[in-house]
Design a protein around this ligand. Structure first.
Ligand code: ATP
Length: 235
């Protein structure tokens, strides 16, 4: 589905990613793990077209690396950004409808919005309230649902567990697991290696802008060792 080769990402004079290869086969969940500043968000920004990059990014075989952001969204790339970034002053419903901005099938959009209200009754109960009044976990659910409203071919998730209590992280990961079992292709950026490995097919570890390790998720056990490396805990 997504093939990235020799990707370098720069922010002005700073090169954050130094030439990486990542492959996300259709229908799989691939985890991109690493510590703060490893280059995970920079990689996602290059895929969405919001950061300057060189190398090749192919979506279903098509080189999209020179396309502007909106054209990439139209081709099926959706991002649930780090820190959720829901529209605080818009209602829950309006946030979901915004996610479908590239679509014109109004009736189907309304049905899908209702689907999310049924799937997550808490969002349904608060459909007319500003999204800023939701808890962090609820905002995360909304951010993922909003991204899916564009009917993407691939869903990019940037640290969905960030700042959430362990119980809430479990619920968010349950949602991601369910999406994966429905065949949604996912690139999951996380620092929480143990949680991410539990639902991923393949793992890449980013370290200072380079892939330091990669392999089948099953080969990383429960991810505890990797988690220690990422968080800098030893012993
Ligand atoms: P985090 O978990 O903190 O988001 P990350 O793995 O996503 O970490 P990036 O945000 O991609 O890492 O950052 C990689 C490197 O690029 C860091 O050294 C960071 O300081 C730098 N960087 C990221 N964004 C910018 C920017 N807009 N301008 C300058 N430097 C940046």
């Amino acid at each position: 589905m997504l093939e990235i080769s020799n990707l370098r990402v720069t922010h002005g004079p700073i090169e954050a990613v130094h030439g990486i290869d990542i492959s996300v086969p259709a229908g799989t969940c691939v985890a991109l793990l690493g510590a703060n500043g490893a280059g995970k968000t920079s990689t996602l920004s290059a895929i969405t077209g919001t950061a300057k990059s060189t190398g090749t990014i192919r979506l279903e075989g098509e080189d999209i690396s020179a396309l502007p952001v909106e054209a990439r969204v139209k081709r099926g790339i959706a991002l649930s950004p780090e820190g959720r970034r829901v529209f605080y002053n818009l209602s829950v419903r309006e946030n979901l409808v915004m996610g479908a901005a590239i679509r014109k099938d109004k009736a189907a959009i309304a049905e899908e919005v209702d689907h999310w209200f049924t799937r997550f009754p808490i969002l349904g109960e608060r459909r007319d309230q500003p999204a800023g009044t939701l808890s962090g976990g609820e905002q995360q659910m909304l951010a993922i649902a909003r991204a899916l409203m564009s009917r993407p071919r691939i869903l990019l998730l940037d640290e969905p567990s960030l700042g959430l209590a362990p119980q809430i992280v479990e619920r968010i990961f349950e949602m991601i697991r369910e999406l994966r079992s429905q065949g949604v292709t996912i690139l999951l950026v996380e620092q929480n290696a143990t949680a991410a490995i539990g639902l991923s097919d393949h793992v890449y570890v980013l370290n200072n802008g380079l892939v330091s390790s990669q392999g089948r998720a099953a080969d990383y056990g429960n991810g505890a060792e990797l988690m220690d490396q990422i968080t800098g805990v030893h012993g």
